[in-house]
Write a protein that binds this ligand. Structure first.
Ligand code: PEP
Ligand code: MG
Length: 584
């Protein structure tokens, strides 16, 4: 039995069998074979190819009727690729001439083809490499008896180096009961999706492949960020008990959504939902969200693995706007880039979070931006409270350019004779330090602010929000970050512009009372967290929260501030504190 410590990502406890997912390019054991074993190795390889071919033939037959025409075409193309020299002749030659194991021969061949594709700029060829990789991945799994996610028939816990947001969007919640990964962090987009799916998850488990093997039994404690490998009977019993008591508490806490949104000293507040799919939309509705505070439209594109047309976007926005008719719905324009890409896009931005991301892409690719803005503007007829939000704003000029393009879109829709609402409320994310510093000027240009603290922390402290090796530098409580948040709130209030927080800190019990003390009254959170967030706010008084903020605002380090916040949470919300923290 081993105990591994990582970052708590998604609440809940899972107990079950491991399914290992690894990147074949990095994790295959590269090895050689003896002269005598050549024949067996080639047979093992060709058998795996046959199995993959049969599997694809069965899938193409589409007996379940669940595959669309695009997917069937891709699968047919995979079958053709399997006949190419690359998969047959070249790999067999490497086994015969270089005495590589079949796994190694395939990985070396894949590496050779990757280098060839790297020289070719066209996106088509880059995405073609991913087709090769995807097939090679299947062959290697077949040779080693590893299951595909689609082949699982019993509940499993995924153990992986990392899970991309795109993969996460395709996970079946009934079968994947837990996730444990080596990299990733609380604010990575894969984490945000795991929370919505309510799958217990722990990320940032260093060297986990040294401790966890295929079929091991694991306990994933998503509250405290622990993974226990091959637990003894007593530990399993304790955790089953804990699992039941947490589930009971979660059920009790849900009742709070029926209470009025008032603090103990009668101050109003609003809790909105961050959403990107119908499942989250339903949870938001069930938990009586005040509206949608952040629709991450890029995740809709990623789930569909393509850039959606104006018509496709219009239909989706319409659905969201109608479900929350009469309530605020904030549609954020594409925030593509960083860690958010289509599965088959191989952008090679050397520093993706500082590079080709978000509004920078849209201002260059103006037609795509207009396509999205027009879809939103046209959908405005379904809900008067629609709002548009622009991510990653760093300067006044960007806002002015956006406004110009917005006006062009209105003009074009008018000429097309389609109905729409003029002058939709236009807001921006404050998630880059320059935007916080310029917030007094920006407040005069836009209608509202939303603090994107996930990025604000990473850009203020120059720390990649997804990079495990610098996780200790990712400090939401760094006084510099708190200063920027508070400065933004002061400027928003002085200009009578609403401000909310939509980053992950808004759903974290440790930070909530501090945010209230700093003057935040609007929170937009992952909808699964609405009951927890509300239970803390309705049981807090603003007077106490202001005292808390005043007691930390002059402290000089994140550690001192965190200590104060932990004491405050422990004293006022002992049960919540105990489920999230261990004092060791
Ligand atoms: C943020 O940066 O805090 C935010 C809410 O946006 P995203 O997590 O999508 O970057
Ligand atoms: Mg952001």
């Amino acid at each position: 039995m081993y105990l591994l410590r990582g970052i708590p990502i998604s609440r809940g406890i899972a107990i079950g069998k491991t399914l290992i997912r690894y990147d074949i390019m990095k994790k295959v054991n590269l090895s050689q074979i003896k002269e005598d074993d050549k024949k067996t190795e080639i047979t093992r390889y060709l058998n795996a190819i046959d199995q993959v071919k049969n599997e694809i033939t069965n899938l193409v037959a589409n007996k379940s009727g669940t595959l669309n025409q695009d997917t069937i075409q891709i699968l047919q193309y995979y079958k053709v690729l399997l006949e190419e020299d690359f998969f047959i002749k070249n790999v067999i030659e490497r086994i015969e001439n270089d005495l590589y194991s079949a796994d190694s021969a395939l990985v070396y061949e894949l590496e050779a083809i990757r280098k060839q594709f790297e020289k070719i700029e066209a996106e088509y060829f880059k995405s073609r490499f991913l087709d090769f990789k995807s097939i090679a991945d299947r062959i290697i799994r077949k040779m080693n008896g590893d299951l595909e996610l689609g082949e699982i028939s019993e509940p499993i816990i995924i153990v992986a180096e990392e899970v991309s947001p795109a993969e996460m969007l395709h996970i079946k919640k009934e079968l994947v009961i837990g996730i444990a990964t080596e990299s990733g962090s609380t604010t990575s987009h894969a984490a945000i999706i795991a929370e919505s799916l309510e799958i217990p998850a722990v990320f940032g488990l260093r060297d986990l492949f040294n401790y966890i093997k295929k079929d091991d039994i694991l306990i994933v404690d998503g509250y405290k960020g622990l993974v226990i490998v091959n637990p003894d009977e007593a530990t399993v019993k304790d955790y089953k008990h804990l699992q039941k008591s947490y589930q009971k508490k979660e059920k009790e806490i849900i009742q709070v959504v029926n209470l009025p949104s008032k603090t103990v000293d009668d101050e109003g507040f609003k809790i909105y939902a961050n959403v990107s799919n119908s499942m989250e939309l339903n949870i938001a509705k069930r938990h009586q969200a005040e509206g949608i505070g952040l629709l991450r439209t890029e995740l809709l594109f990623i789930a569909n693995e393509k850039f959606l047309t104006e018509k496709e976007q219009f239909d989706i926005y319409k659905e969201y706007l109608l479900i929350f008719q009469g309530k605020d719905v904030v549609i954020r324009t594409l925030d593509m880039g960083g860690d958010k890409f289509f599965e088959n896009s191989t952008s090679k931005d050397p520093n993706p979070f500082l590079g080709w991301r978000s509004i920078r892409v849209l201002l260059k690719e103006k037609e795509k931006f207009k396509q999205q803005l027009k879809a939103i503007i046209r959908a405005s007829v379904f809900n008067d409270n629609i709002k548009i939000m622009i991510p990653m704003i760093s300067s006044i000029e960007e806002v002015r350019k956006v406004k110009e393009i917005y006006k062009e879109c209105e003009e074009e829709i008018k000429n097309e004779g389609k109905p729409f609402k003029y002058n939709i409320s236009l807001g921006i994310m404050i998630e880059i330090p320059s935007a916080a510093i310029l917030s007094n000027h920006l407040a005069k240009e836009v209608d509202f602010f939303s603090l994107g603290t996930n990025d604000l922390v990473q850009y203020t402290l120059a720390v990649d929000r997804n990079n495990q090796s610098v996780a200790e530098y990712y400090q939401p409580l760094n006084p510099a970050v708190l200063y920027l948040i508070h400065y933004t709130v002061v400027n928003a209030n002085a200009n009578n512009k609403p401000v909310s927080v939509c980053g992950e800190i808004a759903r974290n019990p440790l930070y909530l009372r501090l945010l209230l003390g700093m003057g935040i009254r609007n929170f937009s959170v992952n909808p699964t967290y609405i009951p927890l967030v509300k239970s803390i706010i309705v049981n807090s008084s603003i007077a106490d929260c202001k005292k808390l903020w005043n007691s930390v605002r002059n402290l000089k380090t994140a550690i001192e501030i965190e200590r104060k916040l932990k004491d405050d949470l422990k004293k006022n919300f002992t049960e919540i504190y105990n489920s999230y923290f261990y004092d060791s």
